[in-house]
Design a protein around this ligand. Structure first.
Ligand code: ACM
Length: 629
């Protein structure tokens, strides 16, 4: 049976305004009447401006609309309505009205997407980046490479000598990269020798790799150093088709924090995708996996004390705790990580010299948590009116309620049992204006604490949890907003995300800073402004050169910068192919920015190595954005 169709037409799109015609075409054989049209679009609809219909509800990106009463749409007829938003324009099709359906009483009727009218931007730049011929080489570029006489050829058997536990990650990983080669441990002369040297001679995470015609030596002081020596060797062998020019490579990273962030809350990316991401991180010497496990749209981490969090909070759709978001649709959508899976991920990462930092995002971005535990986390008399940047009106934890502290402490107890990382990320971003202003509990708590503004309770809550975690020997990491007001201690790390100036501010205040401005490191941004390009554009387009040119240390107080990271938020990234499309090749650039000293970076010398790495991605069946499109 044919389905109704939804067409849309962008009438006006600018920085702070959007006007759309929405047309429902009845392509079915029966009359449509008494229905609600549901679709997702991440813009707050101004209810007063709706023409020929009305918005019956909006939760986040999920919008429900009805035509004027008694409207009946006969076969082949259309209902057209106009909506407006002051949030932001619509700049490409990633954020278009998505996954529409009709609710007719108890019945759900799927709606197909029809046509759209949307113009390309006037400043569209579709320049194609032509890559030079591939040449063997390493990403990220090592500190120094001195070529010597001869070449090494990989044979079907490789003898190795490695006596210490610090070498086991390197050897295990290396032998897994070359399943066609038999690795044989020996006490005598070996083709590959791993030698421990004192930390005085080699920097932490550093290594010295000497490749001769017959033998190879890796010297390092730490397990990570051996591992990175092995990664460089593997990259040279793979990109050189098993043949490597003899050389001495001395290397160490510019920054200790070289991260990748993955949002598993907005869209659920399961354990296989997470492990694949970790594999690629290891290949690029990235060492910190920032795992975003909770947000408004879902709670993804099993917590024994509160089974509701994953039984209810991990799911969206009709009849679920939360409605569809970002085009997830009417059917039940979601998933979560069991404790067993989390332990598996932590171990998998550890074997690749990667630390997993979990993020429990509070006090904003907490709708799934609040909805799952309303008795503990909601205050019926809180009449505060606010709209978060993602269009939620009920997504902020209430720091006036004892339940908030009890729930968060209990959750953090279990989080600390699962994650051995020194650092736990507590979010702290994007708490909307006007929260708590009409909350009797917050007003009373602020008064009792002598605070003249309920808003100061935000700093109080994060600082309370920082102290709670400090008793367990842990530090916190937060998004930049949580450092405003200097409530948290200087043991906290600040992730500066909205722009470089925020990093400068946090560095000046004395915080260790991870520079991850959206304009250079948010790889969920589209490559260019083509309306058909995957990705969002709120921080601008990021092409390979933009990602490569970023300098995390180009601020005052740059000694406070501990590193950088690539981020992918997944509102519109539903599957692995799309995730990989956004990551590659731009992750190569971020990895080089994080590892390689600025004076060693060279765009011209980077490109042939990118070409070689793309061949490797092909072999591994990893998707990437082709340059020619
Ligand atoms: C963020 O992008 N809200 C950290």
């Amino acid at each position: 049976m044919s389905k109704p169709r939804l067409h849309f037409d962008v009438l006006n799109s600018a920085d702070g305004s959007l006007k759309l015609n929405i047309v429902l075409e009845n392509s079915t054989d029966t009359e449509l009447k008494d229905f609600v049209l549901c679709f997702d679009m991440p813009r707050f609809i101004d209810k007063q401006t709706v023409f020929n219909g009305h918005v019956t509800s909006q939760v986040g990106s999920h919008i429900e609309m009805a035509p004027p009463v008694n409207t009946a749409i006969g076969k082949g007829e259309r209902w057209q309505t106009t909506i407006e938003s002051q949030t932001c324009g619509l700049f490409n099709l990633s954020e278009r009205p998505n996954h529409p359906y009709l609710r007719l009483g108890e019945t759900i009727v799927d709606v197909n997407m029809g046509t759209h009218k949307m113009s390309q931007p006037e400043d569209l730049d579709l320049r194609v980046l032509t890559l030079p011929a591939a040449s063997s080489g390493v990403i990220p570029q090592p500190q120094s490479i001195e070529a010597t006489e001869g070449e090494f050829r990989l044979a079907s058997q490789l003898t190795f000598k490695a006596e210490l536990t610090e070498t086991s990650n390197a050897i295990d990983w290396l032998s897994n990269q070359f399943p066609e080669v038999t690795f044989v441990k020996t006490e005598g002369d070996a083709t590959l020798s791993l030698l421990k040297v004192s930390a005085e001679h080699i920097k932490p995470e550093g290594y010295e790799l000497t490749i001769g015609g017959e033998s190879i030596q890796i010297k390092a002081a730490t397990s990570a150093g051996f591992f990175y020596g092995a990664v460089t060797l593997a990259q040279l062998l793979v990109t050189g088709q098993g043949v490597v020019t003899s050389a001495t490579i001395i290397d160490a990273p510019q920054y200790h924090h070289r991260g990748q962030f993955l949002d598993c809350a907005r869209s659920f990316h399961g354990i296989d995708t997470v492990k694949s991401v970790i594999d690629q991180m290891a290949w690029l010497k990235l060492n910190t996996f920032h795992w975003h496990l909770t947000d408004d749209e879902a709670w993804r981490i099993e917590i024994d004390a509160f089974p509701e969090l994953t039984e209810l909070g991990a799911w969206r759709g009709e009849g679920e705790l939360q409605p569809s978001q970002f085009g997830s649709g009417s059917k039940r959508y979601g998933g979560f990580f069991t404790k067993q899976q989390i332990k598996e991920v932590v171990e998998y990462a550890k074997a690749r010299e990667i630390t997993v930092i979990p993020e429990i995002d509070i006090p904003g971005h907490a709708r799934a948590l609040i909805m799952a535990l309303p008795n503990l986390l909601r205050e019926a008399d809180d009449k505060s009116e606010y709209v978060s940047i993602q269009q939620y009106q009920d997504n902020v934890l209430n720091p006036g309620l004892p339940g908030t502290y009890q729930v968060l402490e209990t959750i953090l107890d279990e989080v600390c049992e699962l994650f051995p990382s020194q650092v736990i990320h507590l979010g702290g971003d994007e708490v909307p204006k006007h929260v708590w202003e009409k909350s009797p509990a917050c007003i009373a708590k602020a008064q009792a604490m002598g605070l003249d503004d309920v808003r100061l309770l935000e700093g109080h809550l994060i600082s309370h949890l920082e102290q709670y975690l400090a008793q367990k020997g842990r530090n916190i990491s937060v998004w930049e907003e949580a450092s405003h007001g200097n409530k948290i201690t200087k043991n906290a790390t600040v992730c500066a995300w909205s722009n470089g100036a925020e990093g400068q501010k946090a560095a000046q205040a004395g915080y260790p800073v991870i520079m991850c401005p959206a304009q250079a490191t948010y790889l969920d941004m589209a490559w260019n402004k083509d309306i058909n390009e995957t990705g969002v554009l709120w921080a601008g387009a990021i092409d390979l050169k933009t990602a490569y040119d970023f300098e995390p240390g180009s601020i005052e107080n740059s000694e406070q910068v501990i590193g950088t990271q690539a981020l992918v938020w997944t509102e519109f990234v539903k599957d692995r192919a799309k995730l990989e499309y956004l990551l590659y090749p731009r992750l190569f650039a971020v990895a080089e920015v994080a590892w390689t000293a600025s004076e060693n970076k060279s765009w011209q010398r980077f490109l042939p190595r990118v070409a070689a790495q793309l061949e490797y991605l092909d072999k591994r069946n990893i998707n990437y954005r082709h340059m020619s499109s």
